[in-house]
Design a protein around this ligand. Structure first.
Ligand code: FMN
Length: 219
């Protein structure tokens, strides 16, 4: 059975009375899951909604806790890392990591970054060994697939696009995916939300079709 870990990062819901206020990235993820289920109804979905319930930011004490051996942690330190343990366990159980996210300030929302900071953790998702020279970090997990579904207000963030230099959302997540064991990455991006014109309508339709296509290919 395939397990999908779905991370939603938009602060917008999909049930607003005014349809234009609804999250586009969440709708893309809804379509992805719906399409997947037509092929594979038994798929297990783990939902982690960081947009609605942001993970805690890491702290001075959190870092001290993760660098303390598990059996030596105080009860307070164990409590501090328990969310991280849970989030890493969800990732470990998954075959597909489905991230739906808006672009905020040309990168990822703070809540999604908080999730990454909680899970990219020494001896849990990566090992660190200076014997490896200039690249001491190595991922522990492997064999996963990342599907990234995004929405942006502007456009042209793709390779060769007019805002490629500002496209830090996909580029950042693509760098981080190594440490999640995601060896493959598929993407669909809706753009032009702020222009609210026919290009936006076409872009959302195209991203929706792409999300469904990726689901059919992977299921
Ligand atoms: C705080 C904030 C920052 C944003 N920053 C950008 C940005 O840097 N570039 C951009 O193209 N759109 C930006 N947008 C627009 C969103 O990416 C766009 O509204 C997108 O559709 C939001 O995703 P959602 O529909 O899933 O909520 C921003 C929106 C908000 C609320």
């Amino acid at each position: 059975m395939t397990t999908i870990l779905r991370i939603d990062a938009s602060v917008r819901r999909t049930d607003n009375p005014v349809a234009a206020y609804n999250s586009i990235s969440r709708a893309l993820a809804d379509s992805f899951v719906e399409e997947w289920k037509t092929v594979d109804p038994d798929v297990e979905i783990i939902l982690r909604d960081v947009g609605m319930t942001p993970p805690d930011f890491i702290s001075n004490d959190w870092i001290a806790s993760v660098f303390t051996a598990e059996e030596e942690r105080t009860p307070e330190q164990s409590a501090l890392v328990s969310l991280s343990d849970t989030l890493i366990d969800e990732l470990d159980r998954s075959d597909i990591l489905l991230i739906s996210t808006p672009m905020y300030n040309y990168g990822m929302p703070a809540a999604l970054k908080a999730w990454f900071d909680q899970i990219i953790r020494i001896n849990k998702t990566f090992t660190f060994d200076l014997a490896r020279g200039d690249f001491p970090l190595e991922p522990i997990m492997s064999g996963k697939t990342l599907v990234l579904l995004t929405s942006a207000g502007e456009f042209g963030f793709e390779d060769g696009g007019i805002r490629n230099d500002s496209g830090h959302l996909s580029a950042h997540i693509s760098t981080l995916r190594k440490y999640l064991g995601a060896e493959r990455m598929f993407e669909a991006a809706a753009e032009y939300q702020e222009f609210a014109d026919e290009r936006h309508v076409a872009s959302v339709a195209s991203a929706q079709a792409q999300a469904r296509h990726i689901a059919r290919e992977l299921a």
